[in-house]
Design a protein around this ligand. Sequence first.
Ligand code: ADP
Ligand code: MG
Length: 737
Amino acid sequence: MLELSTSVQYVKGIGPRLAEVLAAKGLRTVDDLLHYLPFRYEDRLNPRSVAELRAGEMATVIAEVRNSGLFRTRRMPIFQLTVGQGRSRLKCIWFHAAYLQGRFQAGQMVALYGKVEEDRDGGLQIVQPQFEILGDINEAGGADEAEKKAAASLEIGRIVPIYESTGQGKLTPRWFRRVIRFSLENLNPDLPDPIPAAVRGHLSLLTPREALWKVHWPDAGESFADLQSSRTAAHIRLIFDELFFIELGLELKRREQKAQTGVAFQLNDGVRAAIKKILPFHPTAAQKRVLKEIATDMQTPSPMRRLLQGDVGSGKTIVAFQAAIIAIENGYQVALMAPTEILAQQHYFSARQILERAGYRIVLLTGSLEQDRKRDVRRHIAQGNAQLVIGTHALIQDRVEFERLGLVVVDEQHRFGVMQRLKLMKKSDDARVGTGLRPVTPGGDARRSTESDPEPDVLVMTATPIPRTLALTLYGDLDVSVLDELPPGRTPVVTRSLPDERAPEVWDFVRKQIAAGHQAYVVYPVIEENEERELKAAEQMHRQLRDKIFPNLHVGLLHGRLDADEKEQVMRDFQQGKIEILVATTVIEVGVDVPNATVMVIEHADRFGLAQLHQLRGRIGRGAAKSYCVLMRGSKVSEEGERRLDAMVGSNDGFQIAELDLELRGPGEFFGTKQAGMPSFRVANIIRDRQLLEASKREAAFVISGPNAEISQEEVDRALREMRSRWSLSYGLVEVG
Ligand code: ADP
Ligand code: MG
C-alpha cells in the first residue's frame, strides 16, 4: 500500500536509480508524482479520421503504418512515414531523424499528434508529429503478458494523458502513464481531505482521490476543451487545493501581524498642519486618498503593513514623506530604505529640499561613507537625534540601532515577493517582522524583542504595477493602496522605435532639445552575464558621444561600477544641469528624478525587458515639457523583441504594459527568476487561475475566522496543520502560522 508520503522509489517500475532522476525534477514522493499532471490529452476515443483532416489544425490521428524510410537530401536526412486508414493516406516527416530508422513496421497502429499542413503536392502531412506505437508490447509492458495487455489497453479507445517526458527522454509519456496508474491503484484508499467540508461545499469540490484519478484518467464523457484548459472539476480541485493552503498561510500571517502591538500615532491639528506645510504642490486626489489610508493605519494600535503601488512618476515619494512627518511629529524616528545607493542619494536630496526646510533632521547612511562618519551617523540614530534615516536596504537592515523607530518605508521593492519577505523575517533573529530592524532601549543596547516593544509600521512602495489579483499572492500579507493617477500637466511621453541607421537624426534631435534648455539620457544595456564587455561598450559609447557627436556639450557617464562619490558627483551635476547628456546603464532604472530631462535614447532597446523599458522611460515626462523616448534597435530583433518595442510605442500605461509583459514571459520570468519570491506552484498558474486565487483567499479568510455553524474547530485545526506542513515542506518556513 502506498501513502502520499511514500518515496517514489517504492513505486513499481521505479528503483533507486530512476528515483534519483525524478528527484532532480522535484518528484520525490508519490504525492509529487500524482501532481505531475498531463500537459495535454489525446482524444483516442474519437480520433480524427484522415479523410476529414484540414490543413492548419492540431489533430490526433490513429492509423496503420504503410511504409517508412529515410531520405537523404542535400541539406539533411529526412525520415518519412506513411500511414493509412482504408484508402486515405497521410504523410509524416521528421528532419534529422536517422534514429527513427527501423522503428516502424507495416501493419502497426500508431497514434500521431501534430499540426496538419499542406505538402508541396497538395496532399496533407504532419511535420515532426509526436507519436506512439500502440500495443508496442516491449515498451508498454510489465512482467507478464496480461500486464502488458493491460498497459497497452490504456492507450486506445479512451482519452489518454500525455506527460512531458523527462530524464533525457527516457521517462516517456507512456512510462509516466504506467507508474502513475500503478500509484493510483495502490494508493491507500483512506485519503483524508484537509479542506473543510463547508469549503468543499461552497465550490463543489471533488474529493482528493476522485480528483487525482480523474485528472490522469478522465471519464469518457469529459469535455475535451475543459481538459486542455485545465478547467475540469478534477483540475479545479487540485489547483484550488494548492492555492488555498498558500492563502491560508498568508492570511494567518496577516492576522498575527495585526494582533501585534504597534504604535498608535496621534493625528491632531498640529500634525495635520505639519503635513500640509511641506507640500510643494497640490496633491492629486489619489495622493490624498492614499495618505488617508496610510494615516488611518498609523492611528490604529496594530502595526501597519501596507503596500503602496503606483506607476513611475505617480508621486509616491511625497506621500512617504508625509507619512514620515506623522511619525516624527509623534516623537518617533523613520527609516527610508532604497534598493540602490543612487536612489538613496536621490531621496536624501529631495528630503533635504522638502523636509529640512521645515526643520526636520535627516541623515544619509550609505556604504560609501567613511568609517568615522558612519559611526557618527549611527550614534545620531541611536541617540534619537536623527529623525529621518535614509539608506540602502542592506545597510539599514544590518543592525542599525534606533532610539525610537516608528515607521519603516521600503522603496521600489519591486523585486521582492512575499516568500522573500517571509524568509527575511525568519532570518532576522529577533523576528522583527518584515524589516529586521530592532528598536533599542534608551540606554542604547540592542534588546531582544519583548512584549513591550511596539512593532514599527511598515510601508512598502513599488513601481511595478502588479495586476490586482497577482498582488493577492505576491503581497498577500499586506494591505494594498494604489496611486492610480499621475500629477497634472504631464503629457504622455512620445515613444518611437528606430533602426540604428537613423542614429544621426536622433542625435540631431537631442541637440535641438538641449538647445531648448532640456537634458537627455542615453541608456546602454549592461546585462549581468556580459557585464565586463558591455561596460566597455558603454564607456566607448560615452567617449564617442562626448568627443565626436556632442563635442560642445557636457556628456557624463553613470554606471554601477563607479564608486559612490563619483556616482554622487555625476548625479548632482546632472541634477544641477552641469551635465546635459547622461550616458547610463540601467542603474538609473529606479527612482531617479530629474524633471528637466526630456529625452531618453535607449540603445539596443530590444534587449531590455518590457517592465524595465517602462521603468526607464519613467525617468522622463516628469516635468511640464513634452518628452520623447527613442528606442534604437539593431538589424536582428527577435519576434518577442518586436512585440516589446511595439507595446512601448503603443502604450504609456504601466498596468497595460505589465499585463502584456506577464503574458509574454509568464509569471516566473515576470517577477524575475531568481528573485521572484513567488511561491512555486505544482499545478496552479496564477494567470490562468486568477479566479480560483480569489476564491481561495476568500475561503482562507472564512476558515481562519472559524469555528462557526458551518465549520468545526477540528476542521480548522486540521486545515492549519496541513498548511504548516506544506509551508515547511515547500518553503522551509516552519514558523509561518
Ligand atoms: P514615483 O512614484 O515614481 O516615486 P516621484 O515621487 O518621484 O514618483 O514623483 C515624480 C515627480 O512628480 C517628482 O518630480 C515629484 O516632485 C512630482 N510630483 C509628485 N506629486 C505631484 C503633484 N501632486 N503635483 C505636481 N508634481 C508632483
Ligand atoms: Mg520613486
